[in-house]
Design a protein around this ligand. Sequence first.
Ligand SMILES: NC(=O)c1ccc[n+]([C@@H]2O[C@H](COP(=O)([O-])OP(=O)(O)OC[C@H]3O[C@@H](n4cnc5c(N)ncnc54)[C@H](O)[C@@H]3O)[C@@H](O)[C@H]2O)c1
Length: 451
Amino acid sequence: MPTDRKPEFFKGTQLKVAIIGCGYVGLPLAFRFAEAGHRVTGFDTDPNKINMLNAGRSYIEHIPQTKIQQFVNSRHFNATTDFSRLKEADAILICVPTPLNEYREPDLSYVEQTALSIQPNLQKGQLVVLESTTYPGMTEELVLPILEKSGLRCPIASGPENDNVAVDFFLAFSPEREDPGNKQYGLAQIPKVVGGVNAPSGRAAVSLYAQVVAKVIPVSSTRTAEMAKLLENIFRCVNIALVNELKLLSMRMGVDIWEVIDAAATKPFGFMPFYPGPGLGGHCIPVDPFYLSWKAREYDFSTRFIELAGEINTSMPYHIVDSIGAALNTHQKSVKGSKILVLGVAYKKDVDDLRESPTLKIMQILQERGAIFDYNDPFFPQLHKMRHYNYEHMKSVPLNAQTIASYDAIIIATDHSSYDYAAIVDAAKLVVDTRNATRRVQRHRNKIVLC
Ligand SMILES: NC(=O)c1ccc[n+]([C@@H]2O[C@H](COP(=O)([O-])OP(=O)(O)OC[C@H]3O[C@@H](n4cnc5c(N)ncnc54)[C@H](O)[C@@H]3O)[C@@H](O)[C@H]2O)c1
């Protein structure tokens, strides 16, 4: 391995790219680099995933088996749990989880563990990039000191006078903007923000990513890149909370919030539609903002927008169950003892991902209030044990007119495209729709409650 690499080395072809964390972010990235002709090795601590990948099998709905087989067969991709093989890589990209712990504080253990597994294998001239979403400062404060324990140096330095600061290895942060299931914007079309610990690191990372994405946006530091990702997600979180709160008011005023949003969205400038729903879901939007509010405390700063948005969004599953109660009440029934079918456990439509899904919370509240409930989700034939919930005994019930008619209420929690909403409304006694999925249904509108 050359030890006096210039950042431009990473413009080269057939680089050896290591991806740590073969999940929703790591795998698409790995295959994008493989597609561009590089030799990619996926690293993961989960041996089941590694075995499946090497056998050319997929465990993520929108990543086709054929794609994995193609790259495994052409030797552009292989996977391993042997972290000593990181030594062979030119570039190491970290895509491990950054969740919250039970106190809703950042759980840094995955990134820390990953840095610890790179450190004994770190080579002169390697480029390391953190892609996991995090607070401003993590790359410099957590990853860099661990890597430098190897004896190799990558000094923090900004400004033009440091353009050619001497480094032993390169370190950068580049946030992932993967939107699982989005058919319009794949990884290759999405611009990528990149910030280095110093200028050579930034240039090295820009050289690498420019090969696989349409546009790279260099910024002056890792902190700027880290904060940019949080701004994007906080923007979504706050706007979703705003529209959820306005939905509650609109309901009380007898105004249809979805019609309001459609009308407002005709404004060709200065407005972007966000839609209400049963609460926030997914690995990012409910989690990432709290990385910033946690870090802000170190600066005696309270991030009030984030806290308020969190408060409104986390109250939504309770609002949904209250609405179910009110709807059942009009049928002389109560939540307790009613038979309820929940449609959709995935956190958003057409994905096989239920991390932080508000449906799981809705089901927990239904259970606490004595409802007898089942679920259907084409992406989840059965449920497994999760960190906060245990529904492992539950299986998706078949969806047909007879089963639908046997429930006191149907809740549309996730608006999967495969559902036949007209047929559901035809067969149901009562439909509680949290997504306005029934907007085009003409018949039996009196059975539908939007909430
Ligand atoms: N999923 C998204 O849509 C999305 C979008 C943008 C950013 N992100 C961010 O990307 C990061 C990864 O998210 P994800 O959705 O891919 O998570 P994921 O859970 O799908 O994948 C993470 C993978 O890392 C593996 N892993 C855990 N600890 C490890 C370790 N010490 N060494 C090696 N592998 C390890 C896990 O087994 C898993 O396969 C997070 O920071 C997330 O916030 C996710």
